[in-house]
Design a protein around this ligand. Structure first.
Ligand code: HAM
Length: 421
């Protein structure tokens, strides 16, 4: 197998049960979101680079260092999406989705995102996200709380023991006062800090709080905290939100260092972790963004949303109990004499919602039974010159069905057996 082509670093092949778990996870998250009134939205996997520069922010690592930019075609520079929120807002504006009386607009989405990061367990270059965005001309703390409660409940329903961390970044006035305080604190220290932090101090001093360099983290520990710089309005909004969360029975930890890696946040920000798997980092994160829609050319709409990292959720989820995955395995032992009646039989069984998997007709009975065992099939149907025979692989019994059989009769028989155990 010399010279085979392997997958790019930081990507994954999901095979068989792993792909099934992924699909079931997305379906379960969609189902819960629909109960809150969310409708799905699909957006392109690549967008104009300037959307992410303007949307996510030029001071962020995600845009500054980690984008996958496509070779220019014509006069446009395109980038694989590093996240969904900017693209979703572009679609909301372009399709005027905000022009509806039924607000807040509630959208959910899922798929791949791309970040050129150093791969490790739970950190990929092609990652998968599932998320929601709620939008309205004015967003009350109840709607922000609804997004957070949904996130926590979804994590719980996946069998996780979630830890919610929350912070409040505040309105423009609060953030301006806080940024000035950070500049005042870091300016005398900056010569001893990493080159990236020099850049961050000029562009967005909040980003310094996320610096991964150990020596810089020690300095960050003594920096001012945002909660000391919130305006009275912001403090009031934050307290209302926390009260609603407490009333809903949601536990949280306040984390005044949580600033998130994207520039669009303007109010509450939050992240969720698994108590059993803290090594995976955040399983999801989000927050409120009041200026993003307007910054991208839309109306003055406020938004709140979050995204789960599906790859991390799958690593954190407890393994599912193995259920049988196939109803019926079929084998033709007539060397093709019955092939014309088996084709419609398989189709009719599947139309009745039963999974029917045929093994190659050249296979011997013993080999086909082993396949049925590996597929965790409950029943095995084979046909030979004497007619049809059905094995119940759990009850270890066999029933001879005579020279012909209908899907209706078979489905009824399987139904009876399933009802028994
Ligand atoms: P984010 O925190 O950048 O937020 O990403 C959300 C989640 O995606 C993270 O908590 C993590 O689980 C997962 N994730 C991020 N990077 C990677 C990676 N390299 N490998 C594996 N998983 C990863 C956002 O993307 C925002 N758009 C969330 C949001 C929605 N804010 C408002 N609305």
């Amino acid at each position: 197998m010399a010279n085979i082509i392997t997958k790019p670093r930081g990507t994954s092949d999901l095979i068989g049960a792993a792909a099934e778990r992924y699909q079931e996870l997305v379906a379960a998250l969609d189902r819960q979101a629909r109960l809150c009134g969310c409708r799905p939205l699909q957006v392109p996997m690549f967008e104009e680079n300037r959307l992410f520069k303007r949307g996510v922010g030029e001071s962020t690592d995600i845009v500054n260092k980690e984008t996958f930019d496509l070779a220019p075609k014509g006069d446009k520079v395109y980038t694989l999406r590093p996240e969904f929120t900017a693209g979703i807002m572009r679609a909301v504006i372009e399709n005027k989705l905000y022009a509806t009386p039924d607000l807040p607009l509630r959208l959910c989405y899922s798929g791949s995102a791309f970040r050129y990061e150093r791969p490790q367990a739970g950190r990929l270059r092609e990652l998968h996200q599932w998320g929601v965005e709620f939008l309205d001309a004015e967003l009350d703390p109840a709607t922000v709380a609804e997004a957070i409660v949904l996130m926590v409940d979804q994590a719980r329903s996946l069998g996780l023991e979630p830890l919610l961390r929350i912070n409040y970044l505040g309105s423009a006035a609060s953030r301006q006062a806080y940024k000035a305080a950070l500049v005042g604190y870091f300016e005398p220290l900056i010569d001893s800090m990493c080159p990236d932090c020099h850049h961050r101090l000029a562009l967005n001093p909040l980003r310094i709080l996320d610096c991964k360099v150990e020596a810089d983290q020690k300095l960050v520990a003594g920096a001012p905290v945002i909660t000391d710089y919130l305006t009275a309005d912001d403090r009031d909004n934050y307290n209302r939100l926390l009260d609603i969360l407490s009333a809903a029975g949601v536990e949280y930890e306040l984390d005044s260092r949580l600033v998130r890696g994207l520039d669009y946040y303007t109010g509450a920000v939050f992240e969720i972790y698994s108590r059993e798997h803290p090594e995976l980092g955040a399983l999801g994160g989000g927050g409120r963004y009041d200026g993003l829609v307007a910054a991208l050319g839309g109306p003055a709409f406020a938004g709140v949303g979050f995204s789960f990292g599906l790859d991390r959720l799958l690593l954190a989820q407890p393994p599912a109990e193995t259920e049988h995955s196939v109803d019926l395995v079929l084998l033709d032992l007539t060397r093709g004499a019955r092939e014309k009646e088996l084709a419609p039989l398989k189709r009719d069984l599947r139309a009745r919602g039963l999974s029917a998997v045929a093994v190659n007709s050249g296979k011997a009975l013993a080999g086909a039974l082993k396949t049925a065992d590996r597929l965790r099939a409950r029943f095995f149907l084979f046909v030979d010159e004497r007619g049809y025979h059905l094995k119940d692989l759990r009850a270890r019994s066999q029933k001879d069905l005579g020279p012909s059989v209908t899907a209706e009769a078979l489905a009824a028989l399987l139904g009876e057996r399933y009802a028994e155990n």
